[in-house]
Write a protein that binds this ligand. Structure first.
Ligand SMILES: [Cu+2]
Length: 158
């Protein structure tokens, strides 16, 4: 996984996202926001891992990595009504140098758990397979990693 987008671009994007969270939200009930989910370049992970939003808000996934990734809903535990999702997010290498994006609106409260089917699937013994030295979830230093996944909590209208 070499770097298509410079690390500086990524840092600038994160700073912009952070600044947007500092903007006050008067009349919050009428105003719907878009929240960012960024796939970190050179690392197979979504960030932030967990995010809390409100009904009517949207989440935009941005794949800053060179590789393709996916957003797949974990329908066994989802309670937001957003089922059956299986979206390919092209990496910059397969998308003319641009990050692949996907936006999803959440009209009902609940919990939305999702993963990338390329980087957190189950093996033949139904054990999670995630990035790691041996294709498993334990790193060289013994640390157990996290499969490529995330969770969005959708709160009711304020
Ligand atoms: Cu992935």
């Amino acid at each position: 996984m070499h770097l298509g987008f410079s690390r500086l671009s990524f840092v600038i994007l994160l700073l912009l996202a952070f600044c947007l969270t500092l903007v006050p939200h008067p009349g919050r009930a009428a105003e719907k926001r878009a929240h960012l989910q960024v796939i970190v370049p050179e690392e197979d992970r979504f960030t932030p891992f967990a995010q809390t939003i409100h009904v009517g808000d949207s989440v935009k996934w941005i794949n800053m990595d060179t590789d393709d990734h996916t957003v797949v809903s974990d329908d066994f535990v989802n309670t937001t009504g957003r089922f059956g999702l299986n979206v390919l997010l092209k990496g910059t290498e397969n998308n003319g140098g641009k990050p692949g994006t996907f936006t999803l609106k959440f009209p009902t409260p609940g919990t939305f758990v999702y993963y990338c089917r390329f980087h957190s699937h189950l093996d033949a013994s139904h054990q999670p397979v995630a990035p790691g030295p041996d294709g498993g979830i334990q790193a060289d230093d013994g640390n157990f990693g996290t499969p490529m996944m995330g969770v969005i909590t959708v709160l009711p209208e304020e």
